[in-house]
Design a protein around this ligand. Sequence first.
Ligand SMILES: [Zn+2]
Length: 69
Amino acid sequence: MFAAPIDQLALDLYTRIFTKAEDQAVYALENGICGGGHMKVVSGTIQTARTGETIAQGKSCGSILYLVE
Ligand SMILES: [Zn+2]
């Protein structure tokens, strides 16, 4: 289901999110554009996705995002 390699910590976070919100989808965040809502995201969201410390989400659509660079 994941196109990009995700480390175990991030995977745990995703698993936890999915347990809470099973209907939420994961999309790529590419070139600053959310793959779910196709809207530009703020730089803070990109930073969040880059560090992987917390889950990055598209503000408008609520999609869970992983960074593609
Ligand atoms: Zn979005």
